[in-house]
Design a protein around this ligand. Structure first.
Ligand code: HEC
Length: 126
């Protein structure tokens, strides 16, 4: 009896013990970037392509790159500072989170998102 009663508890313990967010792998995140983002985003400071450069994106306000004239009203009105949480929410479903955005590339896999955000966070400094 004790075995059958404790089995659900053990399962619960396993769930609780599992890390909520796996540690980001920045190298894997770079590979995700090269697969899904590089067509429209540069990583270099100030380098504008189809989208705004993502250098320094972590820690800056949404739609705040000087010189990128094509921000949508939707993104301009999305009043967040990009961090691990806001990027995760946005990248999971950009057009769902910010209806009207021109950023159309979702990253549906949570692990890929975490790695990607970990990689973006390394792109800091002038
Ligand atoms: C088809 C082109 C395209 C692709 C592919 C693309 N983006 Fe974008 N991205 C844009 C455009 C255009 C904007 C500006 C959107 C707006 O103003 O509504 C943008 C905006 C963003 C922003 C907000 C930047 C800011 O300055 O506020 C982030 C973050 C972002 N993209 C991340 C990504 C990531 C990460 C990927 C790869 C998973 C990606 N994008 C793929 C075109 C693209």
């Amino acid at each position: 009896m004790s075995v059958t009663r404790s089995a659900p508890l053990l399962a619960l313990a396993a769930i609780v013990a599992a890390p909520a967010a796996p540690a980001a792998d920045a190298a894997a995140g770079k590979a995700v970037f090269d697969k899904l983002c590089v067509a429209c985003h540069s990583l270099e400071q100030g380098s504008i392509t189809v989208g705004p450069p993502l250098h320094g994106v972590v820690g800056r306000k949404a739609a705040s790159v000087d010189g990128f004239a094509m921000y949508s009203q939707a993104l301009k009105g999305y009043n967040v500072t990009w961090n691990a949480k806001t990027l995760d929410e946005f990248l999971e479903n950009p057009m769902g989170k910010v209806p009207g955005t021109m950023m159309v590339m979702p990253v549906t896999d949570a692990k890929e998102r975490a790695d990607l955000i970990g990689f973006l966070a390394t792109l800091k400094g002038k």
